[in-house]
Design a protein around this ligand. Structure first.
Ligand code: ADP
Ligand code: MG
Length: 592
């Protein structure tokens, strides 16, 4: 083939492949155009996940009739004129390729009317050919209809997923946009059905509407400014954590981003209260001067580059640590519960342990004055509160003789310890509590309590495990783990931290190597070390169905009382619950 310039349609179709890979991407581009056009209400209609139809209707400024063909031309934009504009770009779109791309791979109809026009104009595009503008009827604003996406590029069409999946991507794309723009009303329709509709509102209300009641119940407001940086939004306490990353929204100057640096800062802030296999939930908005961030480094614009990345990392991390350290939170339900009215205790603890709406309402109204100082326990250990708790009202002290978590009665279902204290029944999640205690101990004693194993544990390792062990000797030593290759295919563990020397050493070693392989470097920062310690603790802790004697159970209860933060496990769930005698009385008085 001889060299030839590509035809225009083909150029647009190639470009479209990068920008418009699925209906959700088109939705994002079109809605961003509406936002840039100053719309106050934006409506999105979908059919078959946006593949058959995606229509975006706005009440923005509209496009003048003579500019309609230009709007659909490639590299035509009203938003930047030179390179310095690019540096300080405040509008969302700026490459001037979205409409041209969509027009190249679908049947597109653009209808628009500016405020002073006598009527609207409409133009259609298909296969790179523009029709002639015709008069149409419409209020001020713009309607863009995209039909039959990829009808003329069947290869691309094959990559589309089911309508249900494409629909889900569209909804998610609109949710991101709507979270970022609470001052704009949004409506999403799927076929004839209104899926959701939000009016212009404040940011917190918008987050509540789009992330739901459960998130909201566990969420703490974030609002912090330092110099030219601002972080705002909501971050959920671990009571509302997720198995996936589906409730994580980060915005930089109003744009949704997926950014390693920010995600890392957030995860680190959650590190100590959330197990690394759980994902925190949040909607966070970072604002900084436009010069401080480059949004131009990726066409889909979900990646950004910060000029002062370290400072931003520190700012986000410290802001969140402070928010999450606020102990007047739902996660402290068990601790508070000892002192709360019976009804609230019951709604926290029964039957699933999931905190309920009622309980939160009660808490919300009382958090301000409600920070008990606790009596020291008879054996001299204090309840696991941090010093922040030492201020505020002193409540009725617990009985002099009975320790706060009481004395063990029995083991239930191989998983729970039942104990009696001055208020009634205590139920402890044995594994979770033990894991927490080990974790805190490992953190406190790391490196100092190594115990040599009488007989080294030798196990067959994969090539990756062999390599990781060799590469991370320093990190392993820091953890008091001694592990070496004894052959090209076998590793031997020779010593472990004494706290966990009795656990299942082989699975433990594998889990640690897995974690290390992910950190990628041999010296550990605190957060990484804590991740490893929590893995060690998890594998060192008593397993379900492990029989404990009453005295072992009592030892665990006393350890909990002495351990900081023992009221919640490494995974962020409560480790124990109280059911008071009066609650139990109520079970038997019902119907009287
Ligand atoms: P970009 O947004 O990068 O400028 P687009 O291809 O998305 O490029 O849009 C091209 C131009 O069309 C925009 O610069 C804008 O002037 C105009 N436009 C697109 N959508 C709208 C809309 N909903 N309301 C008003 N003008 C619009
Ligand atoms: Mg655009």
């Amino acid at each position: 083939m001889s060299i030839a310039l590509l035809p225009d349609l083909l150029i647009s179709q190639i470009a479209a492949g990068e920008v418009i890979e699925r209906p959700a991407a088109a939705l994002k581009e079109l809605v961003e155009n509406s936002i840039d056009a100053g719309a106050t209400h934006i409506r999105v209609d979908l059919e078959e996940g946006g593949v058959k139809l995606l229509r975006v209707t706005d009440d923005g400024g509209g496009i003048p009739a003579d500019e309609l063909p230009l709007a659909l031309a490639r590299h035509a934009t009203s938003k930047i004129g030179n390179l310095s504009d690019l540096e300080s770009v405040a509008s969302l779109g700026f490459r001037g390729e979205a409409l041209a791309s969509i027009a190249a791979v679908s049947r597109l109809t653009l209808t628009s009317r500016t405020a002073h026009a006598a009527h609207a104009w409409q133009i259609m595009a298909q296969d790179g050919e523009l029709g002639t503008p015709e008069p149409a009827s419409l209020q001020t604003g713009t309607v863009i209809e995209m039909r039959d996406l990829f009808f003329n590029t069947p290869a691309r069409r094959k990559f589309l997923k089911t309508p249900a999946t494409e629909y889900a991507h569209c909804e998610e794309a609109l949710r991101r946009l709507a979270l970022a723009r609470p001052e704009i009303g949004f409506e999403l329709r799927n076929g004839a059905r209104i899926v959701w509709r939000v009016e212009p509102e404040d940011a917190a209300t918008r987050i509540h509407h789009l992330m739901g009641d459960e998130f909201r119940a566990a969420a703490r407001p974030v609002e912090h400014r330092a110099e030219h940086l601002r972080l705002s939004g909501m971050a959920a306490l671990p009571a509302y954590s997720r198995a996936g990353r589906d409730a994580q929204y980060l915005f930089v100057n109003g744009r949704f981003v997926r950014d390693k640096l920010l995600t890392h800062a957030v995860r680190e802030a959650y590190r100590d209260i959330l197990h690394h296999q759980r994902h925190p939930a949040f909607a966070l908005f970072l604002e900084l001067p436009f010069e401080g961030v480059d949004v131009n480094c990726h066409p889909a614009k979900t990646e950004v580059r910060f000029r002062e990345s370290q400072g931003i990392h520190r700012f986000v991390f410290h802001t969140l640590v402070r928010v999450l350290a606020d102990r007047a939170d739902p996660m402290n339900a068990p601790m508070d519960a000892v002192f709360t009215p019976a009804a609230a205790v019951l709604s926290h603890a029964w039957p699933s342990g999931k905190p309920t709406q009622t309980a939160f309402a009660l808490r919300d109204s009382t958090t301000a004055t409600y920070r008990p100082t606790l009596p020291a326990t008879p054996m001299g250990g204090a309840l696991p509160f941090d010093s922040a708790w030492a201020t505020g009202v002193t409540r009725e002290p617990a009985s002099e003789e009975v320790p706060p978590l009481g004395y063990a009665l029995a083991q239930l279902g191989g998983r729970y310890i039942l104990a009696e204290n001055a208020h009634g029944l205590i139920i402890v999640d044995m594994h979770a509590a033990h894991e927490r205690i080990l974790y805190e101990r490992l953190k406190a004693t790391q490196g100092q309590t190594q115990q040599a194993l009488l007989i080294p544990i030798v196990f067959a390792a994969t090539a990756t495990e062999m390599a990781t062990a060799a590469e991370h000797q320093t990190a392993l030593n820091e953890m008091s783990v001694e592990m070496h290759a004894v052959s090209p295919t076998h590793l031997a563990i020779r010593s472990l931290p004494s706290e966990i020397a009795h656990g299942n050493s082989e699975t433990l070693a594998r889990a640690v190597l897995h974690d290390l392989a992910q950190t990628g470097h041999s010296a550990l920062v605190t957060a990484e070390r804590n991740t490893l310690l929590s893995t060690l603790a998890c594998h060192g802790a008593v397993r379900a169905n492990h029989r404990l004697s009453v005295s072992e159970m009592n030892t665990l209860l006393r350890d909990m009382e002495r351990t900081e933060r023992a009221d919640q496990c490494n995974h962020g769930r409560p480790t124990w619950q109280q059911i008071s005698l009066s609650d139990i009385d109520k079970f038997f008085m019902q119907g009287q």
